[in-house]
Design a protein around this ligand. Structure first.
Ligand SMILES: [Ca+2]
Ligand SMILES: [Ca+2]
Length: 134
């Protein structure tokens, strides 16, 4: 059995305050070798969720993207290719927003939903692995 890969967010803002962006790195689960880095900037204080949002049998990554002002929900294929980006999730200009992400089939219809919870306890649900339409 092939060991699963490791998804990790790297943020260097503590060493370099001008760098306010995190990046996702995917590592080989057996060796720790780098498979790839996702170049899209993400919000560094939100842990990505991993799950098969399009039911193709291969895990995908859902993360909070960040452009330095606004944050978005973003989905990536198993190879790091961007699948979609939501409209703004919440303003993050104060840097005080925190997010929790979850992928689950809430209504048991066989298609996963992606959920994001902000520090205001607002939960947004994106259905069936599709790009959100909010
Ligand atoms: Ca998939
Ligand atoms: Ca569902």
């Amino acid at each position: 059995m092939t060991p699963p890969d490791i998804v990790v967010v790297v943020y260097q803002g503590l060493l370099n305050p001008s760098d306010r962006f995190g990046h996702i790195y995917v590592l080989d689960g057996a060796t720790g070798a780098l498979h790839f880095k996702i170049e899209e900037a993400i919000y560094p204080y939100a842990t990505p969720a991993v799950g098969d949002i399009d039911n193709d049998g291969i895990s995908d990554i859902v993360a909070v993207g960040y452009d330095g002002l606004d944050s978005y929900l973003m989905a990536f294929d198993h190879d790091g290719a961007k699948k979609w980006k939501s409209t703004t999730v919440t303003e993050s200009s104060t840097g005080s927003d925190w997010f929790s992400l979850l992928i689950a089939d809430l209504d048991n219809d066989g298609d996963p939903e992606s959920l994001v919870d902000t520090n205001c306890s607002i939960i947004m649900v994106y259905c069936n692995g599709l790009a959100p339409t909010m």
